[in-house]
Design a protein around this ligand. Structure first.
Ligand SMILES: Cc1ncc(C[n+]2csc(CCOP(=O)(O)OP(=O)(O)O)c2C)c(N)n1
Ligand SMILES: [Mg+2]
Length: 822
């Protein structure tokens, strides 16, 4: 038997006399039989994947599943990628990658269909427990208790999201983690890295490369020189829109040529390869992997000439927008057809043998699909039986017996019920029983309650961490002060606390615009780069979305990144990723992945439209899933960092931009004192009115409270500190119970953060019961803050605004004691 080389790729070249790359070196010989077995095994995976796509579409069209988006037409390059993908590596990709997931052993037929149906059991549907539509993939990084698995011993896929190119920023961080693990000494790498040898593999559709996030990621990875392999699956279309509307020169690798490294400059290694050319694909992927893994040089692989045999998704048909010629070309150049031809030409199998394999796989896929369906409907069928029984029992003695029995019978008749149908029937039946009381009715009420309690978590659990390390489980610790503790510029507390953090947590690191060399724009990191090195305290380009992405990716690989967004006003650049990716991560994986990144930013009142914004309402609404902390001073802020680093959850910390030069007392227990998360603080006790605020505005409220004292108004001042989560102990309502009046003061727009705060207090904490005056809010103007001191005065709530608002409320209560000001 003729001898060939160990890597299948090189074997292929040996057999086919394709010119080999100069990186190919023989290490071990395998036989033609081994080679054949490997290629056959690849083909079987691809056929399995294709059959799943074909049958998957039919499942949607016949109504069993709601939506389908499949990987047909992209099978072959994914086989090649899977061959080069090793344990410890990470994928950050998109909805076309089912073949890859199957090839790395992370997705089987039954699981594929479980995803399509939306099976809520994570054991059956490991990608998201039915939360994501099919085609959105993930592996499990966490054990049951939320602790890390050993990620070096498995092939990893960060959880997909639907927004196109949204997978790019995190890809950068996943790749950067390898660099940190390789080059920073003293980190415990056991579960995360072997010498930083792991590659982060990105996949993206050709059209999605039009997104800014793609270009931002490409540039940043070139600057950082991280082991990232970027794969563009190019099928010339983005839904119906042709490449001529998407990409200059209709060719992404052509226009990215300037990134190619050369003798004088770092950059990229760029490959272009046809998506149906199996042997070349295998070769290119092997070469790309060596470059990325060994040299930590990013690689771009532009895989073109791909197709979409069934069109974009189940929502439409591509016959509407592709020409006859294009459709005919897609049939001819279907990567599976081409691979099959190549295998026949190279005596790997005959046409007859291929047919046997294909028929066998067809059967397997049908069987797997059936098993997935049976398993999907089983729990609902059991629940249906229970519900019907409870309904029938409730009907027996009811004057509305006929109606209730009718809905019981209708529910019973549904062959494959869903949970909505079960709850609609049972909940609506209660309406027939409002004036009656019976054992059956009580049973029905209890059944609905327990059913909801059992089922709701399947759709709602794990928005936040549910592990022991969840933020509000961390014990707080007060700052301690030596007798001779000095009053210092507050930025020094921040700096010295970061110093303590970097010493205590070798896996922590901070990065952002101006965060490195000068130690951030407010000198809160002064000298830290000199002490901890350029990898742990680093400057980045001006690119907020990928700064956040660095944080997400590195946090997903066990590091503790602090991603600095220079000003709160610019957080909007990263907000989409924060909202779509970070905030949903624990939720969309049902607690199987986490990214405890800390986002450090500074904001509120400084100067002008883009340095004193306070768009907290926007953040509150878009970031459920992330903690949102608004410390009033640097000691509180430092304490939040200390708390967060003990926990396992992501958070945004907004430092007060005008607070760095104010004096605060230097604590002794730096790195140790911990500000509790979700706990308010009463700054001043009072009896007449409760004033609730946070951040920079709180200082003005505090000052105003003294002025109010002088006119006989005793205000209680409460610092919210933490907007998400909000006052978990419900302390504010206790204050309102005492004062019977409530004013929320906030520098966001009217109806912004203040509306949320009011809802929390009045509705959730039931403060309405104790109010003797209308609960009110005092916010900034609707426009952005104008420049200068007067701009601030006429844009944001001032001490006079607060005083007059409070006075007015008290005047309404007691006009003789508080005669009208105006
Ligand atoms: C930000 C965003 N815009 C629009 C969409 C809707 N959409 C989903 S897929 C897609 C086309 C993507 O094309 P391409 O990147 O080439 O990937 P392909 O589906 O062709 O593999 C669009 C516009 C989306 N998911 N996200
Ligand atoms: Mg495309």
């Amino acid at each position: 038997m003729r001898k060939i080389l160990v890597f299948c790729t090189f074997a292929i070249h040996e057999y086919l006399h394709i010119p080999m790359s100069n990186t190919s070196k023989t290490t071990k010989d395998i036989t033609f039989e081994d080679f054949k077995t490997e290629v056959l095994s690849d083909y079987k995976i691809a056929v399995t994947s294709r059959e799943c796509s074909l049958l998957g579409r039919r499942e949607v069209l016949t109504g069993k599943a709601k939506f389908g988006i499949f990987g047909d037409g992209k099978e072959v390059p994914q086989l090649a990628m899977a061959k080069a993908f090793k344990n410890g590596d990470f994928r950050s990709g998109y909805y076309r990658d089912q073949t890859f997931m199957m090839a790395i052993g992370a997705l089987n037929i039954q699981q594929f269909f479980a995803g399509l149906y939306g099976h809520t059991d994570i054991a059956e549907e490991p990608m998201s427990a039915g939360r994501q539509m099919g085609g959105h993939f993930a592996t499990h990084s966490l054990n049951e208790d939320g602790s890390w698995k050993n990620l070096t011993q498995q092939k990893n896929s960060s959880a997909d999201i639907s927004p196109t190119a949204g997978q790019m920023p995190r890809l950068l961080g996943l790749a950067q983690a390898s660099k940190i693990y390789r080059e920073v000494k003293g980190i415990d790498t056991e579960k995360f890295s072997v010498n930083g040898d792991e590659i982060a593999w990105g996949t993206i559709g050709n059209a999605s490369t039009s997104e800014g996030l793609f270009f931002e990621t490409i540039n940043a990875a070139g600057v950082l020189q991280v082991p990232m392999v970027m794969n563009v699956w190019d099928d010339e279309y983005g839904i119906s829109v042709h490449a001529k509307h998407q990409t200059t020169k209709e060719n992404i690798s052509e226009i990215l040529k300037g990134f190619q490294r050369d003798e004088n400059n770092n950059g990229y290694e760029i490959f272009r390869v046809k998506g149906w050319d199996y042997p070349n694909l295998v070769d290119v992927y092997q070469r790309a992997a060596v470059i990325a893994r060994k040299e930590h040089c990013p690689v771009l692989i532009h895989v073109n000439e791909l197709t979409q045999p069934q069109g974009h998704s189940t929502s439409g048909s591509h016959e509407r927008y592709k020409s006859k010629e294009r459709l005919a070309w897609e049939v001819e150049f279907d990567c599976m057809t081409k691979m099959r031809q190549w295998m026949i030409e190279n005596n790997i199998f005959t046409d007859e043998e291929a047919k046997v394999i294909e028929n066998d796989i067809k059967k397997q896929v049908r069987k797997g699909k059936q098993a997935a369906w049976t398993s999907f409907v089983k729990p609902q069928k059991e629940e249906q039986i229970e519900a019907v029984a409870v309904l029938k029992a409730a009907a027996i003695n009811s004057s509305n017996k006929a109606f209730i029995e009718k809905s019981a019978n209708e529910l019973e008749a549904i062959k494959e019920p869903i949970r909505k149908e079960i709850l609609v029937a049972t909940r609506k039946a209660l309406r027939y029983l409002t004036t009656e009381s019976s054992e059956g009715k009580t049973t029905l009420i209890n059944w609905i309650a327990s059913y909801k309690a059992k089922i709701q978590p399947k759709y709602s659990a794990n928005l936040y961490s549910e592990s022991n390390l969840r933020a509000n489980n961390i014990t707080s610790e007060a700052p301690q002060y030596n007798d001779d503790a000095e009053m210092v510029d507050a930025r020094l507390i921040m700096r010295d606390n970061f110093d303590a953090i970097f010493t205590k947590y070798p896996e922590s690191l901070i990065f952002g615009e101006d965060a490195g060399h000068i130690g951030d724009v407010n000198q809160g990191l002064e000298g830290m780069q000199e002490k901890y090195g350029e990898l742990r305290v680093s400057d980045t380009g001006i690119r907020e979305a990928t700064i956040l992405g660095q944080g997400i990716g590195m946090a997903m690989r066990g590091l503790r990144p602090i991603a600095e967004i220079q000003y709160l006003d610019y957080i909007l650049y990263s907000l989409q990723i924060m909202s779509d990716d970070l905030a949903t991560l624990q939720y969309r994986t049902n607690g199987k992945q986490k990214a405890p990144v800390i986002i450090r930013t500074r904001g509120h009142r400084l100067e002008g439209i883009w340095h004193s914004g306070s768009q907290m309402g926007g953040l509150i609404h878009l970031l459920r899933g992330i903690h949102l902390l608004v410390p009033r001073n640097m000691t509180k802020a430092a304490g939040f960092y200390n708390t967060l680093l003990e926990g396992d959850e992501p958070a945004v910390v907004v430092e007060c931009l005008n607070g760095y030069r104010l004096k605060e007392k230097m604590p002794a227990n730096l790195g140790e004192f911990k500000t509790p998360i979700g706990v308010v603080e009463t700054i001043k006790e009072g009896t007449d009115i409760t004033l609730v605020s946070y951040g920079s505005t709180l200082r003005i409220v505090e000052e105003t409270a003294k002025e109010l004292d002088q006119v006989g108004i005793d205000a209680e001042v409460i610092d919210i500190q933490s907007l998400l989560p909000f006052d978990i102990n419900h302390d504010i309502v206790k204050s309102v119970q005492k004062t019977n009046r409530l004013l929320v003061i906030d520098e966001d727009v009217p109806g912004g953060a203040s509306a949320y705060i009011l809802q929390e207090i009045v509705e959730k904490q039931n403060a309405y019961k104790f109010l003797d005056s209308k609960p009110q809010t005092l916010a900034a103007k609707e426009h952005r803050p104008a420049y200068g001191t007067d701009g601030d005065y006429f844009s944001k709530p001032s001490a006079e605004d607060i005083f007059e608002k409070v006075y007015d409320m008290m005047h309404e209560v007691n006009p003789s004691k508080f005669p009208a000001l105006f």
